[in-house]
Design a protein around this ligand. Structure first.
Ligand code: NAD
Length: 359
């Protein structure tokens, strides 16, 4: 069991059976009602593991949501608040979020607003939620097509990361989680980047040391800058272009978050080479590796026009300037870099031509 120091809550990585979870339930929450929030997949694949191993949860209420990003919206949030009221849940009770990033983001938001704040515990079950979404206190839901538009910063009482849940995670979702792991290496630790790359190319089961190191990178950054006034912005590397790719191709390709971010990282690495001195050899190595794992979508001039206009609406922009994170070298990241529309146009054209040559 690895215990990682955080901003005041328990973060444990390893078998949840050996963690402090049982004692916490027996002691602090002995007299509290417990609610477990799941989606349909974690209901089918993860819930029984928790219920059978923790008798303290035998009476817990279970609230199940449909799986996927479409659930992260106000109507369903409202229906969960109504269910909590119906079950007579008070501010002294406990909500347990058992799921991927949708459940941890949404459940954290639901708990933090309910009766002015109810305790919650995160038990992430997807790789992406383990290395990213469940850590750092960002909770929220989408507003129409605008991602994470409603939310609060709020930390769980405890976060238990147990790789046991990865055994049922579909391959596409594993690849999505690896996208954020590559990012953690690229922005903060070149050795970690090499380890994640080797794991993806040659590994059979995910090494726990690599998982832990990715968790540490995210945790260290958010500990230093919990509300994203500076350093935390480096976690957005790949996301300026990645969110545009994700949104633009959502109706047709349904790319996962991590896949979109991986493509975003290659494009922002290309801009890094042009603007902040990332070496040509490092750029070429990472582009070959990432595009070998994550298929580059095909796009037309019309797609480029639409993606450029989406870039103007990015929530990270300030005073009409498109701001981006760039990497001057592997394992280093600078934030708030102004990149003009011409540079994005050149980047999209470069990858459009690359796609043509790949075919
Ligand atoms: N709060 C943050 O800092 C932060 C950071 C990154 C991403 N996010 C958010 O996280 C979300 C994406 O997270 P995600 O990729 O985990 O999405 P997700 O929660 O939709 O999970 C992906 C899919 O995997 C399934 N699943 C999860 N665990 C499973 C398991 N053990 N076995 C079988 N199926 C399983 C889910 O049901 C879903 O179908 C997005 O909404 C994104 O905005 C938040």
């Amino acid at each position: 069991m690895r215990r990682i120091e955080t901003n005041g809550y328990s973060l444990e990585v390893g078998s949840i059976i050996e963690s402090s979870f049982s004692n916490l339930l027996k002691q602090k929450y002995a007299d509290s009602k417990k609610v477990i929030l799941v989606d349909e997949n974690t209901h089918a694949n993860c819930l029984s593991y928790i219920i059978t191993n923790f008798s303290e949860l035998s009476e817990a209420e279970v609230i199940m949501l449909p799986a996927g990003e479409d659930s992260k919206q106000m109507e369903l949030t409202y229906s969960v608040w109504e269910a909590l009221t119906e079950y007579g849940i008070t501010r002294f009770d406990l909500i347990i979020n058992l799921g991927g990033g949708v459940i941890t983001d949404m459940g954290g938001f639901i708990a933090s607003c309910y009766k002015r704040g109810c305790d919650f515990i995160n038990i992430p079950t997807s790789l992406l939620a383990m290395v990213d979404a469940s850590i750092g206190g960002k909770t929220g839901i989408n507003l129409g097509h605008f991602k994470n538009q409603l939310g609060v910063f709020s930390n769980p009482v405890a976060l238990y990361i147990d790789p046991v849940f990865l055994s049922t995670l579909p391959g596409k979702e594993v690849l999505s989680g690896f996208g954020e792991m590559i990012k953690h290496g690229l922005i903060a630790d070149a050795e970690l980047y090499n380890a994640v790359r080797d794991e993806m190319l040659h590994g059979e089961t995910l090494e726990e040391d690599i998982l832990v190191r990715c968790i540490e990178v995210k945790n260290e950054v958010v500990k230093q800058d919990p509300k994203e006034s500076g350093l935390r912005k480096i976690l957005n590397f790949g996301h300026t272009v990645g969110h545009v790719i994700e949104g633009h191709f959502l109706p047709t390709l349904k790319l996962s978050h991590g896949h979109s971010i991986a493509i975003g990282m290659v494009m922002e690495a290309y801009i890094s080479m042009k603007r902040v001195g990332l070496s040509v050899s490092d750029y070429e190595e990472l582009a070959t590796f990432i595009l070998g794992q994550y298929q580059l979508p095909e796009f037309s001039d019309e797609d480029i026009k639409s993606m450029l206009s989406m870039l103007q609406n990015d929530k990270k922009n300030r005073a009409d300037k498109i701001l981006c994170c760039l990497i001057p070298a592997l394992g280093e990241c600078v934030y708030d870099q102004e990149v003009d529309e011409q540079m994005f146009l050149e980047t999209f054209m470069h990858f459009k031509n690359l796609q043509v040559n790949l075919n």
